[in-house]
Unconditional design. Structure first.
Length: 209
Protein backbone atom coordinates (compact mmCIF):
# COMPACT_ATOMS: atom_id res chain seq x y z
CA UNK A 1 0.00 0.00 0.00
CA UNK A 2 1.48 3.36 -1.01
CA UNK A 3 1.56 6.56 1.05
CA UNK A 4 -1.22 8.18 -0.98
CA UNK A 5 -3.67 5.29 -0.40
CA UNK A 6 -2.86 5.24 3.31
CA UNK A 7 -3.50 8.99 3.54
CA UNK A 8 -6.89 8.66 1.86
CA UNK A 9 -7.92 5.90 4.26
CA UNK A 10 -6.86 7.96 7.26
CA UNK A 11 -8.90 10.92 6.00
CA UNK A 12 -11.99 8.73 5.51
CA UNK A 13 -11.70 7.21 8.97
CA UNK A 14 -11.22 10.66 10.53
CA UNK A 15 -14.31 12.01 8.73
CA UNK A 16 -16.45 9.08 9.88
CA UNK A 17 -15.29 9.51 13.47
CA UNK A 18 -16.12 13.24 13.38
CA UNK A 19 -19.59 12.54 11.99
CA UNK A 20 -20.24 9.92 14.67
CA UNK A 21 -19.07 12.31 17.37
CA UNK A 22 -21.37 15.06 16.11
CA UNK A 23 -24.32 12.66 16.04
CA UNK A 24 -23.52 11.56 19.57
CA UNK A 25 -23.42 15.12 20.83
CA UNK A 26 -26.80 15.80 19.24
CA UNK A 27 -28.33 12.84 21.07
CA UNK A 28 -26.76 13.86 24.39
CA UNK A 29 -28.22 17.35 24.13
CA UNK A 30 -31.67 15.80 24.12
CA UNK A 31 -32.95 18.30 21.56
CA UNK A 32 -36.43 17.78 20.13
CA UNK A 33 -37.07 16.19 16.76
CA UNK A 34 -36.97 18.23 13.55
CA UNK A 35 -39.67 20.87 13.35
CA UNK A 36 -39.77 21.72 17.06
CA UNK A 37 -38.13 24.61 18.85
CA UNK A 38 -35.20 24.15 21.21
CA UNK A 39 -35.82 22.53 24.57
CA UNK A 40 -35.11 24.61 27.65
CA UNK A 41 -35.84 21.71 30.01
CA UNK A 42 -37.65 18.37 30.02
CA UNK A 43 -41.06 19.89 29.30
CA UNK A 44 -40.26 23.48 28.24
CA UNK A 45 -39.45 24.88 24.79
CA UNK A 46 -37.96 28.25 23.90
CA UNK A 47 -37.94 30.49 20.83
CA UNK A 48 -35.03 32.91 21.18
CA UNK A 49 -35.91 36.01 19.19
CA UNK A 50 -34.21 39.30 18.43
CA UNK A 51 -37.13 41.25 19.88
CA UNK A 52 -38.42 38.83 22.51
CA UNK A 53 -38.09 35.34 23.93
CA UNK A 54 -41.15 33.08 23.95
CA UNK A 55 -41.20 30.04 26.24
CA UNK A 56 -43.84 27.32 26.57
CA UNK A 57 -44.02 24.87 29.46
CA UNK A 58 -46.01 21.66 28.99
CA UNK A 59 -45.70 19.91 32.31
CA UNK A 60 -49.28 20.73 33.46
CA UNK A 61 -50.50 20.17 29.89
CA UNK A 62 -49.59 16.50 29.79
CA UNK A 63 -52.12 15.66 32.54
CA UNK A 64 -55.12 17.16 30.73
CA UNK A 65 -55.70 14.80 27.80
CA UNK A 66 -59.31 14.14 28.90
CA UNK A 67 -60.12 17.72 29.87
CA UNK A 68 -62.26 20.25 28.02
CA UNK A 69 -59.39 22.75 28.16
CA UNK A 70 -55.66 22.62 27.43
CA UNK A 71 -53.40 24.51 29.85
CA UNK A 72 -50.07 25.97 28.71
CA UNK A 73 -47.48 27.71 30.83
CA UNK A 74 -45.90 30.67 29.07
CA UNK A 75 -43.10 33.13 29.69
CA UNK A 76 -42.31 36.15 27.51
CA UNK A 77 -39.23 38.36 27.89
CA UNK A 78 -39.13 41.69 26.04
CA UNK A 79 -35.57 42.25 24.82
CA UNK A 80 -35.76 45.23 22.45
CA UNK A 81 -39.24 46.69 22.11
CA UNK A 82 -40.03 49.88 23.98
CA UNK A 83 -43.30 48.23 24.98
CA UNK A 84 -45.07 44.96 24.20
CA UNK A 85 -48.87 45.03 24.63
CA UNK A 86 -50.51 41.65 25.20
CA UNK A 87 -54.03 40.39 25.86
CA UNK A 88 -55.79 37.02 25.65
CA UNK A 89 -56.55 37.85 22.02
CA UNK A 90 -52.79 37.96 21.35
CA UNK A 91 -52.51 34.17 21.63
CA UNK A 92 -53.65 31.52 19.15
CA UNK A 93 -52.99 27.78 19.39
CA UNK A 94 -52.74 25.70 16.20
CA UNK A 95 -52.86 21.90 16.20
CA UNK A 96 -51.34 19.38 13.77
CA UNK A 97 -54.38 19.58 11.49
CA UNK A 98 -54.23 23.37 11.24
CA UNK A 99 -57.19 24.03 13.53
CA UNK A 100 -56.93 27.36 15.37
CA UNK A 101 -58.00 27.88 18.98
CA UNK A 102 -58.37 31.22 20.80
CA UNK A 103 -57.66 31.70 24.49
CA UNK A 104 -60.46 30.67 26.81
CA UNK A 105 -62.02 33.45 28.88
CA UNK A 106 -62.26 33.63 32.69
CA UNK A 107 -65.99 32.90 32.88
CA UNK A 108 -65.92 29.69 30.85
CA UNK A 109 -62.91 28.43 32.81
CA UNK A 110 -64.54 29.08 36.18
CA UNK A 111 -67.68 27.28 35.00
CA UNK A 112 -66.09 24.34 33.19
CA UNK A 113 -62.57 23.65 34.50
CA UNK A 114 -61.66 22.38 37.96
CA UNK A 115 -57.85 22.46 37.96
CA UNK A 116 -57.20 26.22 37.82
CA UNK A 117 -55.35 26.29 41.15
CA UNK A 118 -53.71 22.89 40.79
CA UNK A 119 -52.09 23.78 37.45
CA UNK A 120 -50.18 26.61 39.12
CA UNK A 121 -48.84 24.55 42.03
CA UNK A 122 -45.01 24.60 42.28
CA UNK A 123 -45.01 20.80 42.24
CA UNK A 124 -46.72 20.88 38.84
CA UNK A 125 -45.42 24.07 37.25
CA UNK A 126 -41.93 23.89 35.78
CA UNK A 127 -41.32 27.42 34.53
CA UNK A 128 -41.23 29.32 37.80
CA UNK A 129 -37.97 27.71 38.89
CA UNK A 130 -36.42 28.24 35.45
CA UNK A 131 -37.49 31.71 34.39
CA UNK A 132 -36.72 33.75 37.49
CA UNK A 133 -33.14 32.49 37.26
CA UNK A 134 -32.76 32.83 33.50
CA UNK A 135 -34.02 36.43 33.48
CA UNK A 136 -32.57 37.56 36.78
CA UNK A 137 -31.36 40.79 35.15
CA UNK A 138 -34.91 41.56 33.90
CA UNK A 139 -37.92 42.75 35.89
CA UNK A 140 -40.98 40.56 36.31
CA UNK A 141 -44.36 42.24 35.67
CA UNK A 142 -47.80 41.10 36.87
CA UNK A 143 -49.78 38.98 34.43
CA UNK A 144 -52.86 36.85 35.01
CA UNK A 145 -54.93 36.17 31.90
CA UNK A 146 -56.64 33.16 33.53
CA UNK A 147 -58.47 33.06 36.87
CA UNK A 148 -57.92 30.99 40.00
CA UNK A 149 -60.46 30.07 42.64
CA UNK A 150 -58.15 30.58 45.57
CA UNK A 151 -58.29 34.11 46.93
CA UNK A 152 -54.89 35.79 46.98
CA UNK A 153 -53.72 39.22 48.09
CA UNK A 154 -50.58 39.21 45.92
CA UNK A 155 -50.17 41.52 42.95
CA UNK A 156 -50.55 38.47 40.70
CA UNK A 157 -54.00 37.66 42.08
CA UNK A 158 -56.27 39.86 39.94
CA UNK A 159 -57.28 38.68 36.46
CA UNK A 160 -55.91 41.07 33.85
CA UNK A 161 -57.23 41.63 30.35
CA UNK A 162 -54.15 43.51 29.14
CA UNK A 163 -50.46 43.63 30.03
CA UNK A 164 -47.96 46.28 28.87
CA UNK A 165 -44.51 44.76 29.09
CA UNK A 166 -41.64 47.28 28.87
CA UNK A 167 -38.17 46.61 27.56
CA UNK A 168 -36.23 44.21 29.79
CA UNK A 169 -39.46 43.10 31.41
CA UNK A 170 -40.82 39.57 31.51
CA UNK A 171 -43.99 37.79 32.51
CA UNK A 172 -45.06 34.27 33.40
CA UNK A 173 -48.63 33.09 33.10
CA UNK A 174 -51.00 30.21 32.45
CA UNK A 175 -53.12 30.18 29.30
CA UNK A 176 -56.03 27.90 28.47
CA UNK A 177 -57.40 26.84 25.10
CA UNK A 178 -60.35 24.65 24.11
CA UNK A 179 -59.26 21.02 23.97
CA UNK A 180 -57.82 20.35 20.48
CA UNK A 181 -59.65 17.84 18.32
CA UNK A 182 -56.36 15.99 17.79
CA UNK A 183 -55.96 15.24 21.48
CA UNK A 184 -53.17 16.64 23.66
CA UNK A 185 -50.52 14.19 24.84
CA UNK A 186 -48.23 12.94 22.10
CA UNK A 187 -49.18 15.74 19.70
CA UNK A 188 -47.39 18.80 18.31
CA UNK A 189 -48.67 22.37 18.42
CA UNK A 190 -47.77 25.93 17.50
CA UNK A 191 -48.45 28.94 19.69
CA UNK A 192 -48.68 32.28 17.85
CA UNK A 193 -48.29 35.60 19.66
CA UNK A 194 -49.28 38.89 18.05
CA UNK A 195 -49.15 42.46 19.37
CA UNK A 196 -49.56 45.99 17.96
CA UNK A 197 -45.80 46.49 18.30
CA UNK A 198 -44.94 43.35 16.29
CA UNK A 199 -44.82 43.57 12.51
CA UNK A 200 -45.31 39.79 12.30
CA UNK A 201 -46.53 37.29 14.90
CA UNK A 202 -43.95 35.34 16.87
CA UNK A 203 -44.53 31.60 17.14
CA UNK A 204 -43.11 28.55 18.84
CA UNK A 205 -43.43 24.86 17.93
CA UNK A 206 -43.66 22.33 20.74
CA UNK A 207 -44.80 18.85 21.62
CA UNK A 208 -46.67 17.53 24.64
CA UNK A 209 -44.99 14.33 25.84
Amino acid sequence: MNIRTTGIRICLVTTLLLLAACAGRGDLRGQPSTGLDRKLSTYAYIEDGDLLDLIVGTRPTRYRDDSDFMPIEIAIANRRLKQLTLSRESFVLIDEEGNRYPCAGPEELLEGYEFLDWDREPSVSELYALIDTKYAAFTRYPSKFSPTRQVTSSRYGVVLNRVALPKFGYLMDMLYFPAPSTGIKGHKFELFVSAPELQDPVFIKFEVR
